[in-house]
Each structure stands twice: as C-alpha cells, then as structure tokens.
Design a protein around this ligand. Structure first.
Ligand code: TXA
Ligand code: MG
Length: 327
C-alpha cells in the first residue's frame, strides 16, 4: 500500500504530475483524480486507480478558455459565447478533438470533453504545468463523488500519493456537460453544477427534451444508473407517506428544507434549512456518504423543486434509487 498524504503543497502536486503520477485535486464541483492528459501512461493510471472501465472517457481540464483551440477544433460560436459567460466554472464542453489528445482520454471518440475549473489552488496548479490534466471524479468507480479531501482518502487512500486539499467543494455536483449538434444547437449530456436554466437564459431559448440526452442513451458514466448509489435501498416520493411503509426499519430521509412531524426514530437530513438549492446541492453527496456509513435499512428522499440546481439534485437521487429499488 502506498502512503497517501493530504496537504496544500502545489509544488508537490506539480512534481508528481510531471512524473506521470496521479494526484487528487480540488475543484469547485467535486474532487478530481488528475494526471497529465497528454501522457497515455499517466492517464492509464487514472483508470487503474479508479477501477474504471476504459470505454468511459475523461474530462480534460485546461487553465483558461484561451487554450481550448490547442486541444479542440471546429468550436461553434455559441460555445465561445457560453464560455465568456460561464468559464471558468462548472460547465464542460464536448468538442471535436485534436490529434494531441490521446485516444485513451476520449475512449476512442473524436470528441473531447473540456472544462476550466474554478478553484484557486487548481488554477495555480494548472498555471504551473506545461500540460492540461485529465480528471474524473476522485472516487472508486460507481460510488458517490467526493466533495471533501477525506472522501477521497476513504475511497482512494493507499492507492494515490497525494491529495491536494482545497477544502469543501462549494458547488458539490459534477459539472454540467454540453455538446452541440450540426445546427450548433446546445445538447445537455449531463445536468450538473451549472443549471440548465442559466444556460437557457444565456442562449435565449429553452433546451427541449430532444436536446437532452437521457439515461436510456448512456454516453456519460454519470448516466450509468448505479453511479451515485449508496449501498442501501432508496425510495423517492412523499416522505411522511413512505415512512409508514417501513415501520420498524431504521430510516434516514433526505429532504430540502422542512422537517416532518413523523416518527422521531427517523433521522431527517435537511439539506438546506434556508431553502437554497445551491446550498442543498453542496450538501447532497456529503449527506449521502454519511448515511451510507451508518446502519440504515432504508433511505427516503423527496423530489426537489426542479428549478435551478434542483433538477440536477433530482437526477442524482433518481440514479441512486434506480438500481436498488428493484432488489
Ligand atoms: O465536475 C466534473 O465534471 C468533475 C470534476 C473533477 O471536473 N469530473 C467528473 O468526471 O465528473 P467524471 O469522469 O466522473 O465524469 C465525466 C463524464 C463521464 O460520465 C464521461 O463519460 C463524460 O464525462 N465524458 C468525458 N469525456 C467524454 C467524451 N469525449 N464524450 C462523451 N462523454 C464524455
Ligand atoms: Mg464520476
């Protein structure tokens, strides 16, 4: 077993990444498991460490949007416009890849996912590196994405040399992934840390269901149903009503802002007592991990309001639910 250190030493991270090692890094969305995106050898270590199937491509993180044309071509005007508004930030662009990006990074696709993360430590890190970094979320494949360095330690401790500690990820959901069709219209591949509402506002029109990839068309690993599943059955719906179906069981419930006058034995996890969906999003994965570590028989969750980040929260809850409900 490797000794895993946690710290804020950017030079240490630079040194390791330059030696084709993997390093966990903070971003505003979730922690990533980084390696030199231009080195096949380094990228392979990401897949091995996460036990992630190689058909599942990785996001390339660059230091600023100005560099996008080094790695991608045929960039639509609308991409530049959205980038001016939302980059750096929780938005990933699927663009036609240039030769320089190894096929392993894109799993053979001609499209590469690119994003500019907005976290001061990681921005400084990228400025100190002569290459971009490939980074999936820094969890064991199929588990909940990490929003704290300790989460990374729990999943990958002993397997990686260093975790760059940037504190809690303040968005708390993975980036929103968009691509473009032939007409240069925006397609949403994964709802995430930038709300679809904000995208629509900037584009000036709504993004129809036809322009949203669904779970039935898996293109992103976030689309694998089990991806965010904690190891306990999870039911989504009206919490007081559901709670009656499980009397005698040890129950945790995940809810937006209200506590319910139900059986006091039920542990109610309120994600944002002040009713702020951004705050709720920031708490979601941490709460799911906490619940997973305790001895519950059942998790109940309510449907969140579908505006803003609520839509992405619901998406993660449904994915966590889907596989377990049938067991
Ligand atoms: O916020 C985030 O996006 C975090 C941080 C670390 O940047 N990263 C992240 O990576 O969530 P990961 O690998 O857990 O999820 C990235 C998703 C995967 O589902 C992958 O299938 C999809 O992006 N993806 C990456 N490259 C792609 C490509 N070339 N074509 C289609 N999907 C791609
Ligand atoms: Mg992931």
């Amino acid at each position: 077993m490797m000794h895993t250190r946690i710290g804020t030493d950017i030079n240490k991270a630079i040194e390791l990444l330059t030696q084709d090692e993997v390093v966990a890094i903070p971003t505003e969305t979730v922690y990533g498991l980084a390696a030199n995106a231009l080195s096949g050898k380094a990228v392979l270590k990401i897949f091995e460490t996460k036990e992630r199937p190689q058909f599942n491509p990785l996001i390339v993180h660059i230091r600023s949007w100005e560099e996008v044309s080094r790695y991608a071509s045929a960039i639509p005007d609308i991409a530049h416009r959205l980038a001016r508004k939302f980059v750096p930030g929780p938005l990933t662009f699927l663009l036609r890849k240039k030769e320089i990006i190894p096929d392993l990074v894109t799993a053979g696709s001609e499209f590469v996912a690119i994003r500019v993360p907005k976290h001061p430590l990681t921005q400084t890190l990228l400025e100190g590196l002569p290459f971009p970094i490939a980074a999936p979320s820094a969890n064991q494949f199929g588990y909940i994405s990490p929003t704290l360095p300790e989460h990374v330690m729990d999943s990958l401790g002993g397997k990686i040399p260093y975790i760059l500690d940037g504190g809690p990820a303040n968005v708390g959901l993975e980036s929103t992934i968009i691509g473009f069709n032939e007409e240069e219209e925006v397609i949403v591949y994964r709802a995430g840390g930038l709300s679809v509402d904000s995208l629509e506002k900037e584009i000036g029109q709504t993004i129809s269901d036809l322009h949203r990839e669904s779970v039935s068309k898996p293109k992103s690993s976030g689309q694998l149903k089990s991806h965010y599943a904690p190891g306990i059955a999870l039911y989504i719906g009206d919490i007081p009503a559901l709670s009656h179906q499980f009397t005698g069981k040890r129950i945790a419930s995940i809810q937006f802002k209200n506590r319910y006058p139900i059986d006091p034995e039920i542990d109610q996890y309120v994600l944002s007592a002040d009713g702020d969906l951004n705050n709720a999003a920031a708490q979601l994965f941490k709460t799911m991990r906490e619940i997973d570590q305790k001895d519950y028989d059942v998790i109940l969750a309510e449907v969140f309001p579908s505006e803003g980040l609520g839509a992405a929260i619901n998406d993660r809850l449904y994915r966590a639910q889907a596989i377990f409900k049938t067991e």
